[in-house]
Design a protein around this ligand. Structure first.
Ligand SMILES: Cc1cc2nc3c(=O)[nH]c(=O)nc-3n(C[C@H](O)[C@H](O)[C@H](O)COP(=O)(O)O)c2cc1C
Ligand code: SF4
Length: 465
């Protein structure tokens, strides 16, 4: 690691531990297989293909790898949900939709280190017994799709894909599938529908858990790009060793994508839980813009609940309980959940005191209203109602009671839909109303209250006729 040189001005920060992003912005690096092989590429595939498939899954479990796509679900556990004694084909799908606002990590892996992903996928396919795998990549990444297709062809020519790989008799084909450019195509069952050539309407779980009834109703594993890359390093380091990076139950490294009101936004690969939000903002991102104060942070992609800069968070229980400020939050799955938000997809959005919270929540609501697939009523109607109410707040045309209405609409989506988009869309509104109620109300017009009430009365009267 110490000998690796990076392009001037793009060197990793001292707080970073580059594993997945080792080759991103590396000097004299290109995405060709020759460059990858010179650096020890595909050695872990060779090693894994000497192991029993079950041993690989066991290593992934020992490592404690949690999915990097959003939910943080343990990858080894997910793999072990595949039905035993199954006689249907098993598929593996790499989720390269990267649709969560604030998240921009998978694209760099694909553009600069595609063979790392292919190697991680080949090992994962061998572990779960998949002879066919897909990389579902969003339509907006045409260059990434081409890079992956070239890399797959190279891996084929060198015998890392195809028939009888490395003389093991194992066969694997990987295909790149370009999505149609929709947020909901990132939701795993919507993705599967789209891959089958249909509208990406998410499926109901249960029964359609992909591991049991996925692509073409066959057992299917869906994992994020970054998650699958980690598998290669788990085999290289051994699960036990790999788990020594990061913190207990929050092992390994992960890439944080920082956007918003900091001097140097960008991507940073850190050991999970070893860097606090304060260190991320002040040390790694060069601090806030001059003269500005921190107002709020969305720590895990746009669906994560917002944190207020002046909040304190109670962590631990009984004698071990302690109160910390936003600056001291370690950026890991469990702590961010305990703080009432989530680590999600690693997209950290920083907002300073120049931001209007009405504008921010309206911006998010515009996105969710646009992206709802429309399949279930609370989400289809509710996401549009939330947008319409915050449109009015921003325009100064909302009554104060609209804010309660906004909250009620969000709470009637949350938990009442087919897929987790319902929560993704309602959590931002619920948290902004809970934490910035006064500011939202200050942007409303109390004079409209009577007009609003009168309009309601008129409507009620009209309905009675
Ligand atoms: C609305 C919505 C959008 C999602 N978008 C993505 C995405 O773009 N990329 C991704 O990897 N996971 C996304 N997910 C999560 C996937 O459904 C799935 O949990 C993930 O791909 C599993 O991979 P992992 O276990 O490796 O994290 C999304 C989930 C929802 C509800
Ligand atoms: S929650 Fe929204 S996005 Fe998900 S299935 Fe229902 S309408 Fe579609």
């Amino acid at each position: 690691m110490s000998q690796i040189k990076y392009i001037a001005g793009k060197e990793p920060h001292a707080n970073e531990t580059r594993v997945i992003f080792k080759n991103v912005d590396r000097e004299s690096w290109d995405p060709s297989i020759e460059t990858y092989l010179q650096d020890g590429g595909y050695d872990q595939q060779k090693k894994a293909f000497q192991m029993e498939p079950g041993e690989i899954t066991a290593e992934v479990k020992t490592a404690g790898l949690r999915g990097r796509g959003g939910a943080g679900f343990p990858a080894g556990l997910k793999w072990s949900f595949l039905p035993p004694n199954n006689d249907k084909p098993v598929y593996l799908i790499c989720n390269a939709d990267e649709s969560e606002p604030g998240t921009f990590k998978d694209r760099y892996i694909i553009h600069q280190d595609p063979h790392q992903l292919i190697e991680g996928m080949a090992i994962s396919c061998f572990a779960v017994g998949a002879n066919l795998a897909y990389i579902y990549i969003r339509e907006e990444f045409p260059e990434g799709a081409q890079i992956l297709e070239t890399a797959i062809a190279e891996a084929h020519r060198k015998g890392f894909l195809g028939k009888d790989i490395l003389g093991t008799g194992f066969e694997l084909e990987i295909y790149v599938h370009r999505g149609a450019g929709a947020y909901i195509c990132g939701e795993e069952t919507g993705l599967i529908e789209s891959l089958e050539g249909k509208r990406p309407y998410p499926r109901i779980k249960p029964p359609y858990f992909p591991a049991a009834m996925g692509l073409y109703l066959c057992p299917t594993i869906v994992n994020n790009v970054e998650t699958l890359c980690h598998v290669k390093h788990i085999i290289g380091m051994g699960g036990e060793n790999w788990s020594k990076t990061g913190t207990p139950n929050n092992t390994g490294t992960r890439i944080l994508c920082v956007s918003g009101d900091v001097e140097k936004p960008g991507y940073f690969e850190v050991q999970v839980g070893k860097v606090t939000l304060g260190e991320l903002i002040n040390d790694m991102c060069g601090g806030l813009k001059a003269g500005r104060k921190l107002k709020a942070v969305i720590p895990g992609g746009s669906s994560a609940k917002v944190l207020r800069a002046d909040e304190t968070f109670k962590l631990g229980k009984d004698d071990d309980a302690k109160e910390i400020s936003i600056w001291d939050i370690p950026m890991d799955f469990d702590t961010l959940a305990a703080c009432g938000s989530m680590a999600g997809s690693g997209g950290v959005i920083i907002m300073d005191d120049s931001r209007s919270m009405s504008w921010v929540i309206n911006n998010l609501n515009n996105f969710y209203a646009h992206e709802s697939c429309g399949q279930c009523t609370p989400c289809r109607e509710g996401s549009l109602w939330m947008k319409k109410i915050t449109d009015r707040v921003v325009a100064g045309k909302a009554a104060p009671s609209d804010i309660d209405q906004l909250d009620a609409v969000a709470r009637n989506i949350d938990g009442r839909t087919i897929c987790a988009f319902g929560e993704a869309a309602s959590w931002p509104t619920e948290s902004f109303v809970a934490k910035f109620r006064d500011e939202l109300i200050a942007d409303t017009n109390p004079e409209l209250e009577d007009a609003f009430v009168n309009a309601e009365a008129l409507t009620a009267a009209a309905n009675l006729k």
